[in-house]
Design a protein around this ligand. Sequence first.
Ligand SMILES: Cc1cc2nc3c(=O)[nH]c(=O)nc-3n(C[C@H](O)[C@H](O)[C@H](O)COP(=O)(O)O)c2cc1C
Length: 367
Amino acid sequence: MALIHLFQPYRLGDLSLHSRIVMAPMTRSRAEKDWSPSRFAATYYGQRNTAGLVITEATQVGPDATGYPRTPGLWTDAHVAGWATVVAEIKKGGAKAFVQFWHCGRIAHPDNMPSGLEPIGPSAVQPKLPIYTDVSGALVENPVPRVMTEADIARVLDDHRKAAANAKLAGFDGVEIHGANGYLVDQFASTNTNLRNDDWGGTIQKRLRFMRAVIDAIAQIYPLDRIGLRLSPFGTFNEIDDADPIAKFRAQLEVSRDSKIGYVHIIRPRVSGDEDRTASDADTNVIEIARKIFPGTVIGAGGYTPQTAEAELTAGRADLIAFGRPFIASPDFPRRIREGLPVAATFNAQLLYEGAAEGYTDYPPHP
Ligand SMILES: Cc1cc2nc3c(=O)[nH]c(=O)nc-3n(C[C@H](O)[C@H](O)[C@H](O)COP(=O)(O)O)c2cc1C
């Protein structure tokens, strides 16, 4: 199938994307000790700047948003300076740049957080899955999160506003909210991680109050059409287990519609986090549901090939397609598929979440 739609330009709000190809956000665990982006990040993103839109890796909005080792933030001037060099490299290739905002919530360990901080969450529901820390060099128990008070919630929302102001200083065109994969926004949304009976829990409307408030906080800085939301319908990553996943998904889309944000970015259930699951009809269904409920831009993600991406665009179900793993070892992925050049079939899985330049910036473009 000729890749005609993938290389058509697209208007995302007032932004012109030169193609429908999005680089999906990917954590690469190489951030500096002060939570600045890796000193190799500008090179890494610069090598991948031929997508229409680059969404940078999940980036923490404040000190207690942290959870994993060597992941970046956006709450200090040093962070802004680091990200500004990344954004400049992305824009050199003609891509637009969005940053993915992240609060890990209960998926966190004090050893991975600035000194004295502890994991927080909507409720005291301890994850069963272990978490890696550099301090122990092993997987260790995830602690019970401290229940967020009203003051915590207000502060975390304000951290989103401040991080948005910092994103703007760094030159990002927009912000994607990480509402997927069992992190804080998803923890508030889901019945198994939100046991609250105040105004932030209970009905799905109340469980989505936090998501709505995060949108409002960022909208104090960025226009609504520069804000996107990532969702993982039917996802179980990080032990999310909602009692009614389809009702949750529909309500998330309705809130997105009513908030008038620019895009929703839907991860198909065939991928869980960074791993493949079985493909099913649900993969097409979730994109169709998003298209029906949400009037703005729909980005599809999760296990697309150039051909299935083209088919999704041709069918009119999605406007943009995000690719993650193909960009790891084929930094010039858009050119390779446009010119029929081979896309690297594998990458060094050992070096996905560790290392320096190796396994990160040393994948060459096709000659
Ligand atoms: C190394 C790696 C890191 C990832 N980090 C993130 C992340 O920071 N935020 C996020 O929303 N998804 C993350 N994902 C998921 C990807 O964005 C994407 O949804 C997934 O890889 C499926 O797309 P693909 O089949 O094109 O790779 C990550 C995936 C990989 C492989």
